[in-house]
Design a binder for this molecule. Structure first.
Ligand SMILES: Nc1ncnc2c1ncn2[C@@H]1O[C@H](COP(=O)(O)OP(=O)(O)OP(=O)(O)O)[C@@H](O)[C@H]1O
Length: 739
């Protein structure tokens, strides 16, 4: 039972000796009660040990700290584990039932039924507390720094309005806001100081790069052209948009534009770097840049002056790099340290940095990146603001783009865009209440990948705008690229069909039933059997590339890790199924055909978190080193796992792979930054806290050509409908200031 303490926080029965013994001093009744509750929450897995350790540390630092402060600290730390940068006090009071990450049914039942005193919930503890009381307790605490208090440089907690931070995260947020703010201010001065002659040159280059063909028929403004103009005139810019809206196409044109301007101005090309948060995303960016460069006709490229000392006409294309690297590699990560080789004292040597899949960049990484960026360098972030936020705390891109649907362009921004692009910003996207940041964000609004009759594009749009009622009719409408069906249990034949041959018969499109249709895992396992006899190293490498490509054609995605409909259950079931069909020799351990996902960067093996490899049985005497060149001969039948990395193929001994898992099924979280010709999103029978609009949208948009949506159990897609209504709002204060 809970009763009330003097400071308004409800308390439970007396603590055990064990809990008080952990603290340095003997706490008073209310504090002891809170410490006891925190201990029990941790024991039940409602809090992390890390959260409890923080509370004990704070109590040691200040034995007089109010239980309200200790509770706030526990919840703030817990929120970090859920991706929130801070604890939003008001939101917690409004919805204190969900202050801990418990499935709602566990909350309702409590879990202390078998214990002497029922386990109190945060909602019970906070029942009599209001925002003012909580803020006052925090303001008064020696552990908390807050505006208006005398300097409290070293306090572990910081209160900013109704947001409580652990100091480190408050600092990251300050640093990020300040660094972006500085770049935006510099850009405003830059744009204001532009001469009419400079704008005329810019307009000419933009007209050349963006010939008017595509958009004339629709009267829609050419957002790619406007995005390019905004980014070309800003030290910081964001180009956001859904799949296939042309982010890479635009950035390649931007880089061509920036190089041509640099060559005109001082004869020297810019040092450009491309990066992404994961190895997979970096590889995909490289691929997309190469393709976008191929599509860019020479006639579209602005003229550049001849190289000094030679009369030769220079081409811009070689000056646009296509090799992207991970952010960790760019910044120079060090083993066992959260500090990078590059920081404010050792800045990166570059003039332009393009970061793709920026929605996956967490706050700490963004702070590190901005601090290592030289003041004069330009930063361009690319990403889809509606995708899942980073695994670690923060939702930087989402927050910076929070207003991008509404544009909020100032009149002067719209006027300047009209002047240099000839494009009109629609009146409804102009608003003098916009902030400086809004002037640096461009949202691409037309998908060029999905046709008007594409089910994938429509489903993504319906989910993204929360139109729950439109989902089922859309799934049943017979779109050629979309199949949706229920699978009552994991042994059902339709799941087997999907996994083996892609379930082409389920698609309306007749092409889907022919060779060019969607494939399942049977496809790459067939290629596996086609290893050439006695191959030369080159022939083996060619075959391995074909194998990896075939594997990338299809992927089963799911929301959860554990349970029968999670990665664990599906991996086991799919492996059994393939073994039963004799497509693989066994369903556990290491065997030819086992696809594995790297779950941690391994710099010695040059493998990145997210890389996928296939286990293969080597031909007799084949001599290959890890890089695919000739090396020590391997015994007949020895297993190697082959990976395609940015530096070519790598052949690795299974025993050297420390952090890998089988990847017949992959969580949607892990799939971010990847795309598959055919993606099958398998939904669990019931809703779990992890299932949100962002998760489902991210899953759907992994499919490039074919999408299968499987409703597990008897849910009949209600899980999809319900998840669509749940949007993640990560607490943070990035947009609270002048940004
Ligand atoms: N203005 C345009 N007109 C016609 N097609 C376009 C246009 N812009 C891009 N495309 C085409 O759309 C496809 C996707 O373009 P791009 O790769 O640039 O998009 P993206 O937003 O980077 O996609 P992703 O979702 O892979 O990140 C490409 O095939 C490209 O040729």
């Amino acid at each position: 039972m809970t009763r009330q303490s003097q400071d308004g926080l409800a308390q439970e029965g007396q603590p055990t000796q064990q809990s008080t013994a952990r603290t340095l001093s003997v706490p008073d009744g209310a504090t002891a009660s809170l410490l006891h509750t925190v201990e029990r929450w941790t024991a039940h897995g409602w809090l992390r040990s890390l959260d409890q350790a923080l509370v004990l540390f704070l109590h040691e630092l200040d034995p007089l700290a109010s239980p309200l402060v200790l509770l706030a600290a526990a919840l703030a730390s817990h929120q970090l584990g859920r991706g929130h940068v801070c604890l939003d006090l008001q939101a917690t009071l409004d919805n204190s039932r969900f202050a801990l990450s418990l499935p709602p049914d566990t909350v309702a039942q409590g879990s202390g039924a078998t214990e002497p005193t029922p386990l109190p919930l945060p909602s019970e503890l906070l029942a009599q507390v209001n925002l003012l009381q909580w803020q006052s307790a925090l303001q008064a605490s020696a552990l908390v720094a807050a505006p208006g208090k005398p300097s409290q440089g070293g306090t572990p907690l910081v209160l900013q309005g109704d947001r409580l931070y652990l100091r480190r995260y408050w600092q990251y947020e300050q640093d990020v806001a300040q660094a972006i703010g500085q770049r935006i201010t510099a850009s405003q001065h830059l744009r204001q100081g532009r001469s009419a002659a400079q704008d005329a040159i810019l307009r000419q280059a933009l007209d050349q790069l963006f010939p008017p063909a595509g958009n004339q028929a629709t009267d829609a403004p050419d957002w790619q052209k406007m995005a390019c103009a905004l980014a070309a005139s800003s030290a910081f810019s964001i180009i956001t948009g859904g799949p296939g809206t042309g982010k890479t196409t635009t950035v390649v044109k931007l880089l061509a534009l920036l190089q041509s301007m640099a060559l005109q101005q001082n004869g020297r090309p810019l040092r450009i770097c491309l990066a992404a948060p994961t190895g997979k995303a970096a590889a995909r960016l490289s691929e997309s840049i190469v393709q976008a460069l191929q599509r860019l006709g020479d006639a579209q490229l602005p003229a550049v002056p001849p190289a000094p000392g030679s009369g030769e006409v220079r081409s811009l294309k070689p000056l646009i790099p296509s090799d992207a690297q991970t952010l960790h590699r760019l910044l120079g990560s060090r083993p066992d340290s959260r500090h990078f080789r590059h920081d404010a004292q050792h800045p990166l040597a570059l003039d332009v940095l393009v970061v793709d899949e920026a929605s996956m960049v967490d706050l700490e990484m963004m702070a590190a990146l901005l601090s290592a960026l030289p003041a004069q360098a330009r930063l361009v972030l690319l990403g889809d603001k509606d995708q899942l936020a980073s695994v670690e705390a923060g939702a930087v891109l989402g927050e910076l783009c929070a207003q991008s649907e509404r544009g909020l362009y100032w009149h002067e921004t719209a006027q300047w865009l009209q002047q240099v692009t000839g494009q009109q910003v629609p009146a409804e996207l102009q608003d003098m209440a916009g902030k400086p940041l809004d002037q640096a964000v461009a949202m691409l609004r037309v998908s060029h990948r999905f046709h008007a009759d594409s089910g994938i594009g429509r489903l993504a749009g319906v989910v993204n705008t929360g139109r729950r009622k439109a989902i089922k009719p859309l799934l049943k409408a017979g779109y050629p690229d979309l199949a949706a069906y229920a699978v009552p249990d994991l042994t059902h034949s339709s799941l087997a069909q999907l996994v083996l041959d892609g379930g082409g018969k389920r698609f309306v499109d007749s092409a889907a039933k022919r060779d060019a249709g969607p494939v399942g895992y049977g496809h790459y396992l067939q290629v596996l059997r086609e290893m050439p006899a006695n191959p030369s190293p080159e022939a083996l490498n060619q075959w391995a590339l074909r194998l990896l490509k075939a594997h990338g054609e299809f992927q089963v995605l799911c929301a959860l890790r554990s349970g029968p409909w999670g990665v664990e259950g599906l991996n086991e079931r799919i492996a059994q199924l393939l073994a039963h069909r004799e497509l693989i020799a066994q369903s556990s351990g290491w065997y030819a055909g086992r696809p594995v996902l790297v779950t941690r960067n391994d710099y010695s093996l040059k493998l990145m978190n997210g890389d996928i490899g296939i286990t293969v049985q080597m031909p007799a005497g084949q001599a290959l080193d890890a890089g695919g060149a000739s090396g020590a001969a391997v015994a007949q039948g020895a297993l190697r796992v082959v990976f395609a990395t940015s530096e070519g193929l790598r052949w690795v001994l299974p025993s050297r792979l420390q952090a890998v898992e089988t990847v017949y099924a992959m969580t949607i979280h892990k799939s971010q930054g990847s795309e598959f010709n055919h993606a099958a999103v398998v939904l669990p029978p019931s809703l779990s806290p992890i299932m949100t609009r962002e998760l489902v949208y991210t899953g759907i948009t992994r499919a490039k050509r074919w999408l299968t949506v499987v409703a597990g159990g008897s849910s009949n897609f209600s899980v999809l409908e319900e998840a669509t209504e749940r949007q993640v709002r990560r607490s943070s204060g990035l947009r609270q200031g002048e940004l």
